[in-house]
Design a protein around this ligand. Structure first.
Ligand code: HAM
Length: 558
């Protein structure tokens, strides 16, 4: 059998959506739209403006704000290096030009050279100032068999060992782009390892960047606040956003790798407890408007830079005393992040956790006063809350007020909204001291909960189905469809002629309210037949009366 023939028989592999992502289809998307429209209108009444942010950012933005030790950053971020090969190619070409202009000509014709990616992405933090690469010796390079590696002082040290273990000679040359500083100690380590250092200058050098799909948007809002000098605007600045976020989590009901958030942030100005309370009031008003069922608001204060570390030390000491009563995850967290032990859902650990010291008893005076004022403010606004001393959030930037909202019908992933105060985050991103508070709603979960409690809209029907037969009727039908749509009615106009019986059957299947019947008779008489599909009644109407008739009956039926 020829190759061509065998290929023909092979069925192309069916492609499917990537695990943890999903298609959102009608009629469900109508509910998504309703939810988003409601967010636009409710948030606007509280003076928030919409911000639209990029889907990807520099990875460092999230590492710095959410925290490198958090699950979100350390395990769940979709990140990649961009421009790695281009940058290395540029360095290599520049170096070749310096060394041998003739070989550079050949190089210029070569397809982009293969460079191996860095093994340790986290080492790329300083990449933008300091791109270096090692090459496997000059002779190897000339034959285009070479190796490129990210390296710094320590890697250079380690590389020596690694090369030895693999029985290979150490690279002889290290190229460093300028302007950049050669890290302290690099020269001497290089000399010791018998590696020559060479500086390469490249105009408009674009260093590789470590980028990431956003796992959340608070960090991006803070970056944008700084980048656009929003400190100059009247404070606080109130912004909201909606869109997809990405986390490589284990997918399950209510947990996806691409999920959607609707969030809001208040930046700048004071940290008045009324701001915290108003933000919470706004989410609750939004949920109320959507008639979300079983809404439960939990609040807590996790203190500030002054009091929290002291509490964490105390908690760690207490946890160490009961270590053997805890499971392996919690045991590990005693060292890495003791607060997260409070989050544990492991049944056997619950009695132990209940006896642990509570942060509310260890807040500094200012935090305690802030917390009571927030509670008072919530009461003034009629917002019902439950204090939950075990509510610690999974992102590092929080301080003082934290809150979470759960809703009905969600199973184990029942947090539909999470938020809190994050004074200090803008500063961490290189800005001036700035107050901040906000929340993000998991839109997928919100929709799930609304669906579970029967709030989903039914299949979207059509107002009018136009059943036409004959060329003249087709022309009239096209005009009628256009006019009806212009008047705001949803219209289905079949592209091919159908027998009236079949057309009416289709109209039924599509859930149309009316069928407009246009045949030769109707067109020549100028009297159109409008059939109400629910009861089969018919009316004869002149063309100009049709829209008015539909308008009236639509008002009556809705
Ligand atoms: P978060 O608690 O990580 O906070 O996420 C907020 C909400 O997003 C969660 O309560 C949940 O409803 C939803 N969510 C999170 N991960 C997933 C997932 N894998 N699948 C489906 N839904 C998910 C934040 O993101 C903070 N930026 C909130 C914030 C804003 N704090 C201050 N300002």
């Amino acid at each position: 059998m020829s190759e061509g023939a065998s290929k023909k028989e092979e069925k192309p592999r069916k492609l499917q959506v990537v695990r943890g992502t999903r298609d959102l289809l009608p009629p469900e998307t109508a509910l998504w739209n309703r939810v988003e429209q409601t967010a636009h209108s409710v948030f606007t009444t509280y003076g928030f403006g919409e911000i639209r942010l990029p889907i990807f950012e520099q990875s460092e933005l999230f590492a710095r704000s959410i925290g490198t030790e958090t699950d979100v950053v350390s395990k769940e971020m979709y990140s990649w290096v961009e421009g790695w090969e281009d940058a290395n190619f540029a360095i290599f070409r520049e170096w070749s030009i310096k060394r041998d202009p003739e070989s550079a000509k050949v190089l210029g014709l070569m397809s982009p050279l293969r460079a191996s990616k860095p093994r340790e992405k986290r080492d790329l933090g300083s990449l933008s100032q300091n791109t270096t690469m090692t090459l496997d010796g000059v002779e190897t390079i000339a034959r285009f068999r070479y190796r490129v590696e990210l390296t710094d002082v320590f890697e250079l040290q380690n590389a020596g060992m690694a090369y030895q273990q693999q029985g290979r000679a150490m690279p002889q040359l290290l190229l460093v782009t300028v302007p950049s500083t050669i890290p302290d100690g690099m020269e001497s380590i290089a000399a010791k390892a018998n590696v020559r250092l060479e500086k390469i200058h490249i105009d408009d050098f674009e260093p590789p960047q470590l980028l990431a799909l956003r796992p959340e948007a608070t960090a991006s809002v803070c970056r944008a606040y700084l980048e656009h000098g929003m400190q100059q605007l009247p404070q606080p600045v109130k912004l909201y956003y909606m869109g997809p976020m990405f986390r490589r989590e284990r997918p399950q009901k209510g947990r996806y790798r691409q999920f959607y958030q609707i969030g809001a942030e208040v930046l700048g100005g004071s940290d008045a407890p009324a701001i915290d309370a108003e933000v919470v009031e706004m989410v609750m008003a939004f949920f109320d408007k959507l008639e979300l069922q079983g809404v439960q608001l939990d609040i807590n204060s996790i203190g500030c830079r002054e009091c929290r570390p002291k509490y964490v030390d105390l908690l760690r000491a207490e946890l160490l005393k009961v270590k053997d009563k805890l499971g392996p995850d919690s045991q590990r967290r005693i060292e890495t992040n003791p607060l997260r032990v409070l989050d544990s859902k492991v049944k056997e650990e619950q009695p132990v956790i209940e006896k642990l010291p509570r942060i509310a008893d260890h807040l500094c005076e200012a935090c305690a006063a802030h917390y009571s004022a927030v509670k008072r403010q919530l009461e003034m606004r009629g917002v019902i809350y439950r204090e939950n001393w075990r509510l610690v959030r999974g992102l590092d930037y929080y301080m003082r007020t934290t809150f979470e909202i759960t809703a009905k019908g969600l199973g184990s992933q029942n947090a539909v909204c999470g938020g809190g105060r994050y004074d200090g985050l803008v500063e961490l991103l290189g800005g001036p001291p700035t107050k901040g508070i906000g929340f993000a709603i998991g839109e997928d979960r919100l929709i799930l909960s609304l669906q579970e409690s029967g709030k989903a809209p039914a299949q979207q029907g059509r107002d009018v189905y136009i059943a036409w037969m004959g060329e003249r009727a087709h022309a009239t039908a096209i005009r009628a469809a256009k006019d009806l749509r212009k008047a705001g009615f949803s219209v289905e106009l079949p592209p091919l002629e159908l027998k009236f019986g079949k057309a009416l059957g289709q109209a039924d299947k599509l859930g149309a309210k009316y069928a407009l019947i246009l045949g030769d008779n109707e067109v020549s008489e100028g009297l159109w037949t409008l059939k109400t599909l629910a009861d089969g009644s018919q009316a004869k109407l002149p063309e100009p009366a049709l829209i008015e008739h539909l308008r009236k009956s639509k008002l009556v039926s809705s």
